[in-house]
Design a protein around this ligand. Structure first.
Ligand SMILES: Cc1cn([C@H]2C[C@H](O)[C@@H](COP(=O)(O)OP(=O)(O)OP(=O)(O)O)O2)c(=O)[nH]c1=O
Length: 191
């Protein structure tokens, strides 16, 4: 049984390593990440995680692990910003209020796909011009949902969370361990 991590995210590889697991193969899927018209953040995120898991080529005994992280401001889905201007708009919208970070996890073995989500609430402080400009200049917003990474400089802008820190980073390790165990992957043997 091989474990295939269907993700190009370095965070997901690191969080898997935190669980004592090294994937046999890393195969990032290539799917359309556009939300459907009127689609709400949570169903969107679960749909994407499952679509990613189905898009990764694997043998019948292989276990495929994929995830999707979405930042939701009310009903609004904030994906990965296309450029610094969009990152600035996201961070300005997020500052001074609470938002949700949803990570959908999908584990596939053969045709069977199990999905779970982890929903966290994050409070980001209202950003001063100096904070916003320094953060944009750091480039850390690139490739991250909502335009920030809690595990880096942005941690200093976040006074409060409720939920799962690893889920916010991109792979909730408790849910992931439960799903891998459910499809027969020996999670604790590796540790
Ligand atoms: C909110 C937040 C997101 N992120 C990252 C995790 C994800 O990599 C990214 C969301 O994008 P995703 O589309 O979930 O994943 P990805 O494109 O990076 O990788 P793949 O589809 O190949 O698995 O945002 C952080 O690293 N820290 C944070 O605090």
């Amino acid at each position: 049984m091989r474990l295939i991590l269907g993700s190009g995210s370095p965070r997901r590889k690191d969080l898997l390593a935190q669980m004592g697991i090294v994937p046999d193969l890393i195969l990032p899927p290539d799917i359309d990440e556009d939300p459907r018209k009127g689609e709400l953040p949570r169903p969107y995120c679960l749909r994407l995680a499952e679509e990613k898991a189905r898009a990764v080529p694997a043998g019948p005994e292989d276990v495929v692990l994929c995830a999707d992280t979405t930042v939701a401001l009310g009903r609004r889905i904030l994906g990965k910003p296309a450029d610094a201007g969009e990152a600035a708009a996201f961070l300005t919208a997020l500052g001074g209020r609470r938002h949700q970070v949803i990570t959908g996890v999908a584990v596939r073995r053969g045709d069977r796909v199990l999905v779970r989500d982890s929903v966290s609430v994050v409070k980001m402080k209202r950003l001063s011009d100096a904070e916003l400009n320094a953060y944009l200049a750091s480039g850390e917003w690139q490739g991250k949902a909502g335009g920030y990474g809690i595990q880096g400089l942005a941690g200093a802008l976040i006074p409060w969370i409720s939920g799962s820190y690893t889920g916010i980073m991109g792979l909730p390790v408790a849910e992931t361990a439960a799903l891998l165990t459910a499809v027969g992957y020996p999670v604790w043997r590796q540790a």
